[in-house]
Design a protein around this ligand. Structure first.
Ligand code: OAD
Ligand code: ZN
Length: 243
């Protein structure tokens, strides 16, 4: 993998950067991606767990599954890819992270402007009274999955058939449209409407840069395709920028 000198020049002239990230950025932290050969969905059908009806029919199974994912996330740490993105803030006027991930790792790595399109697994709420249960300390098991009011507690993540948080999505579209450079990192870029974000950037004249271990549906559209691990490539770019 070689980072083109032209990309470094484009970065040196840029002030607004967007990172659009997916499960692949967290792969090197030991969190499984959804698709691909080691993807979660080789073993589990998403529609069986990640929708509201499944939750109502089988709350315990869905809660246990999310608690299991939370436990995994708590035992891992951000990797050099997340840290490199946080580091970009020191060099550019405006850096926005638009992520499809719910794992909170960008926050833990120190990024400050994060737009979470699919929610955050550290937030949970009661579907009856809206009471919130926030933070890593919360554990479904200790409250038996229920709020004091008796309502079921669910994770604050976007499930199949649910809307994305409108304001966050609009803000992400705006930042993408205004960006000079948009990095598309570790995402198969097939899940809409999230996957509109890089297209929005492209149509507004942003330079599109893909970082992925393999080519994806948008590879043919990007200006620079960097094949490799995000935890290796992003630190290399920082280094080339002289940081
Ligand atoms: P996917 O699992 O679809 O894609 C992960 C991508 O990361 C693939 O393109 C891999 O090639 C790439 N990848 C894996 N390891 C990598 C590494 N070390 N460095 C760089 N790239 C790597 O995950 P997403 O695109 O995030 O939505 O999936 C999008 C959405 O699908 C998720 O947010 C989730 C799911 O439906 C919801 O839960 C609402
Ligand atoms: Zn309640």
């Amino acid at each position: 993998m070689e980072v083109a000198e032209s990309l470094i020049q484009q970065l040196k002239n840029a002030s607004r950067i967007v990172f659009f990230t997916g499960a692949g950025i967290s792969a090197e932290s030991g969190i499984s991606t959804f698709r691909g050969k080691d993807g979660l969905w080789q073993k589990l059908k998403p529609e069986e767990l990640a929708n509201f009806d499944a939750f109502l029919n089988n709350p315990k199974i869905v809660q246990e599954w999310y608690q299991h994912r939370r436990d995994i996330i708590h035992s891992t740490n951000p990797n050099p890819g997340h840290f490199a993105i946080a580091e970009f803030e020191k060099i550019f006027d405006e850096v926005t992270v638009v992520t499809q991930n719910v794992d909170n790792l960008h926050k833990r790595a120190g990024s400050s402007n994060i737009l979470e399109l699919h929610g955050n697994i550290e937030r949970n709420y009661c579907i009856e009274c809206g009471n919130e249960f926030i933070g890593a300390e919360f554990d479904y098991k200790t409250v038996n999955g229920k709020c004091k009011c008796g309502g079921l507690i669910r994770p604050d993540v976007v499930w199949f058939g649910e809307m994305l948080p409108y304001e966050i999505f609009s803000e992400a579209e705006k930042k993408a449209a205004e960006s000079d450079i948009c990095f598309v990192v570790g995402t198969s870029a097939v899940v809409y409407p999230a996957a509109n974000i890089p297209l929005r950037a492209l149509h507004n004249g942003s330079v599109l840069v893909e970082v992925n271990i393999e080519s994806t549906d948008i590879s043919s559209l990007v200006h620079h395709s960097l094949l490799g691990r995000s935890g290796e490539i992003l630190p290399i770019i920082l280094e080339m920028l002289g940081s």
